[in-house]
Design a protein. Structure first.
Length: 179
């Protein structure tokens, strides 16, 4: 059996460091055995079909291939299409978030330790505009992400997880790419 996956590379093509052309990423993913490979934007978003398996194992394979092929250490999160849809369906601010470029999903690579979460809840930084979901922190940033409390940075520092953020426009386009 095969599964549709969403590949989220962290920090790709932001500034001058860690530059990977999406055409090269598609070739690499195809060489790894993924099919129906599609990329979105120039920021390390891809949708692929691959063998059923643990998304973390797929992330590890892709991380290793990027290190080998491009000589870069790039964190990679892989979600099943079902998980991405659940994140999008769980949008807690649908009534007020009227600008997709200012609504964010901060996706965690692992579920945080409950004791650490109780001690360092990232939602406490922005209680009116942040909500915790299943391995995701939703954040509505009506004044832009630069003006919003840094819940993703806080979560990484205090919860020991890797976080990658995507705005809502990107999240919904990735769902569309899944088909």
């Amino acid at each position: 059996m095969s599964t549709r996956y969403v590949v989220l590379l962290r920090g790709i093509n932001v500034g001058k460091a860690k530059r990977i052309a999406m055409a090269d990423l598609r070739v690499m993913l195809t060489d790894l055995g993924y099919t129906d490979v599609k990329t979105l934007l120039n920021s390390g978003n891809a949708v692929v079909t691959g063998e059923d398996g643990d998304p973390d194992e797929h992330a590890g394979r892709i991380h290793a291939a990027i290190a080998d092929r491009f000589a870069m250490d790039v964190r990679c999160l892989v979600l099943t299409g079902e998980r991405l849809r659940a994140i999008v369906d769980g949008h807690p601010f649908v009534e007020i978030a009227d600008n997709g470029s200012r609504m964010f999903a901060h996706i965690l690579d692992a579920a945080p330790d409950p004791a650490l979460l109780a001690e360092h809840d990232p939602v406490a930084l922005d209680p009116e505009r942040a909500r915790l979901g299943d391995r995701v922190v939703y954040q509505w940033c009506p004044d832009g992400s630069m003006e919003a409390p840094p819940v993703a940075t806080y979560a990484e520092k205090h919860l020991g997880v890797t976080v990658t953020a995507r705005n809502w426009n990107t999240m919904t386009k990735l769902v569309d790419l899944l088909g």
